[in-house]
Design a protein around this ligand. Sequence first.
Ligand code: N2P
Length: 368
Amino acid sequence: MVAKNLKLLVATALVISLAACGSESTASNSEPDPQSTGAFPTSGSGELHLYNWTDYIDPAEIARFTDETGIEVILDTFDSNETLLAKLQSGSTGYDVIVPSDYMVQQMVELNLIQNIGVKDFPNAKNIKPEAMNVIFDKGRNYTAPYMYGTTGIICNPIAEPKCKDMKSWHDFFTFNLAKTDVLKDQVEVVSAALRAVGVPANDLCTTDKSKYLAAQELLSRFKPAVIESDGSIERVLGGISNVRQNWNGDSHRMKVENPDLVYIYPSEGVNLWSDQFAVPVGAPNLDNAKIFINWMMDPKNIAKETNFTGYDNSIIGSSDYFDPSLKNDPAVNVPAEYLPLLSPIPNCGQEARDLYTQVFTSWTTEQ
Ligand code: N2P
């Protein structure tokens, strides 16, 4: 039952991805770069520079990886795909492994920012679930390996703010204007939710119809959250600084473990389903260590520890055998069947729509 739901969730994403791909370009299927071919590295030493989302990897697992491999991990963090992209575009970063989301992978391939490392030939690539193998942003898995995936909904503290219990939709979220409302600092998440709230359907979230963005902008201009921030949500919600928040499901799960009164809401207009990926920037100084790290993370026991830490599901076969029971019992993580039709992949838009997202988000955050 549980496994079936999780499988359905990913399958739903893939079916919709394939259906939605249309004229969007897709990552190429070319052979690995000559410099990255050869036998798989078996032992390590030296360093690995990891650039990851904030609070998105278990420090104890980093330590265990170092014990097992001799590779020291130096961690730096970011708060959005756009921050990650800007960092990579600013020039040589020294990072060996980065963690972009699905839609950003495709942009990074097109911009020649990440390299074809031939993930499909890694020893643990056999553990990737079939439905996560032939993904639209990296067909056949050359550039990326799966890390966590999840959804973006609303977390509500109904004891501290009884009115958030009545929120059924993104429209409610943006118009109730409750005190202590908190929102992601993420242009794709905020603008796509606002577009949904003004009636744009999931399969049209990359529209270039300016009237839709004007409607979203008008809605947003009357929305005054107390906090616009992606990081630190767990502390704010558990500490009573925020009572209602646009939130990722894994962070929501971690909050719910501490405060079972919290409710994760699946807004009726639809919910973004995203998946984060390991990738290696062009020019990474420690390519072998990057491969060893990514392969280590595709071991079911190792990735299960990350799921248990982050609260998000993953796409590695056999890892759910090691999941904490709290994950399987939480509707924020194990999506109830009735909500599955609401999920659609986070939009991977062309440049024109991306620019419109940026315009709406920038003018809204500037006027706050
Ligand atoms: C958790 C990071 C979630 C990543 N702090 C969302 N793509």
